[in-house]
Design a binder for this molecule. Sequence first.
Ligand code: AP5
Length: 224
Amino acid sequence: MNLILLGGPGAGKGTQAKKLIDKFQIPQISTGDILRAAVKEGTEMGRKAKEYMDSGKLVPDEVVIGIIKDRLAQPDCKKGFILDGFPRTVPQAEALDKVLAGLSTKIDHVVSIDVDEEALVTRLTGRRTCKNAACGQMFHIKFTPPKKEGVCDKCGGELYQRDDDNEATVRNRLATYNQATAPLIGYYSAKALVRPIAGVGSIDDIFIKIVGIVSGGCSCACGR
Ligand code: AP5
C-alpha cells in the first residue's frame, strides 16, 4: 500500500501516519521530519532549509525531491509507505511519478484531510511534539494533553513547541498551502486517486475512516 496523506498544515497527517504505521507496519516518510532532523544536525541542507521553514515557505523542489528519491529506494519501502508532507507542489508530484515508475510501483490512494483554516491555527499553536526523534508523538495542550505537562506519555521524552508553530508563521504556511499544494487535489483527481475525508472529530474516528478507505471498505466511521 502506497499512500499519500494530503492536507493543510495541522490537518492531522502526522498524527494519523503514526497510527497507520502501527496498523500496517509500513514506514511514514515525512519530509518535514527529515528536514527538521537536518536542521538539528546542522548539516548544510539543514542550514539552508531552516530559513524557508521558519518563514513558512517551501524548501526548493530539487532538495525535497532528492530526499524522497533516496528514501523510497530504501528496502523498508518495498512493502509500502505513507508519504506525509510530500508532494507539496505539482513539480514534486510529477517527479514522484517518475521515481515510482523507476521502482515499478505507484500511488494507491491520496487521502485528502480537510479541516477549516481557523481550526488549523488553533491546532498548530497548541501543538506539542516529543523531542525524541524515534517517537515524535504529537499532543495538543487543549485537545490531547499529555498526562504530565511537558512529558511524552509514550516514551517519557521532553515535549517542545516547533519553531514554525507561532501564529504568524502558521498563517504563512496556510497561504503557501493554498497557493502551491492545493492544486495537487486536481492533479490526483485526474488520476482518480483522491479520497477526501473531513478531518474534524476524534482522532480515532478519523483513523477508522482512513483504514476503511485504504482497505477498500466503507469510508464512514462505522469501521466496516
Ligand atoms: P511539515 O512538518 O510537513 O508541516 P505541515 O505540513 O505544515 O504539517 P504539520 O506537521 O504541521 O501538521 P500535520 O498535518 O502533520 O498535523 P499533526 O498531526 O501534527 O513541514 C514543515 C515545513 O517543512 C514546511 O513549512 C516547509 O518549509 C518544509 N517542507 C516539508 N515538506 C516539504 C516539501 N515536500 N516541499 C517543500 N518544503 C517542505 O496535528 C497538528 C495538531 O493537531 C497536533 O497537536 C495534534 O495533536 C492535533 N490534532 C490532530 N488531529 C486532531 C483532531 N482530529 N482533533 C483535534 N486535534 C487534532
